[in-house]
Design a protein around this ligand. Sequence first.
Ligand code: RIB
Ligand code: CA
Length: 313
Amino acid sequence: MPEKKAILLDCDPGHDDAVAILMALKSEKIDLRAITVVAGNQTLEKNVNNTLHVCQHMGSNVAVYAGCDRPLLKEPFHAGFVHGESGLDGVEFEPLEKTARNRHAVSFITDYLNAALEPVTVVATGPLTNIALALRLCPKIAGRIGEILLMGGSMGAGNITPAAEFNMFCDPEAADIVFRSGIPVRMVGLDVTQKAMCVPAIYERIRAHGGKACELFGDMMQYYCMMEKEVFGVEGGALHDPVTIAWLIDPEILRFEPMLVEVDRIPGPSYGRTNCDRHHLRSEPANAMVATEIDVERFWTVVEETLKKEDKS
Ligand code: RIB
Ligand code: CA
């Protein structure tokens, strides 16, 4: 049995973040050490509640920490128009009993990494506010992070403005700190995640397996696909965040290229854009591995095989 990959997951659930949590909890290849939550898809409080509900639903005692409730500099911006008022609309959970730990996520991240005996993979599927603040609070943790695997950015067009992807747009200054940190960054952007389109045939097939994870997946995706169609006019919903976890489970699903990624922090039409130097036109060295291709069929196999596994007792 290969070594489990130890990860910290920083997220803003949100339907696709919730699927990423389900996969991280279910996969025998992943050791989910803790979940930290950031404002993004919805307010911090709602995102924390959604995280706790998903973990409680799965019977997981993984520690959950609440982090930053707003970006470093700009005003908070949420995506209730996609994820609903709760941030995870379309799902009925049991009354919530699980609580978040009584420590700020940023304080947890710095203490956890300083005590880590081996480098930890940090997976980020929301705005990068918590990660950036942890790096500013305790710069030496950079040496304790093996890699930052993030869903965000785009070599091409954005999805919240013509130029910017949502996670980057929510906190461009935080993203800039991460991309310029010198830490190995692996960027899984819209170029590949928008090809991971969940449609009714997929979520009905997975829901039909039964069990907590597959049934919750079906319920969440039914709502998410409906909203994505209403908002973006597309058949189905792009399952952005789980592409990061799926790559940890099966690295063959993605191809990456090294390139310089610079975050546009100038207020204006390109604010929050990730300028990706795929053709090495700039003199600066590459600071990220950027996902350029996805094996979509293999991705869905990973999602289905991971979620349908017997629920851990
Ligand atoms: O642009 C997609 C990203 O923004 C995903 O992480 C989604 O959950 C939202 O946070
Ligand atoms: Ca997210």
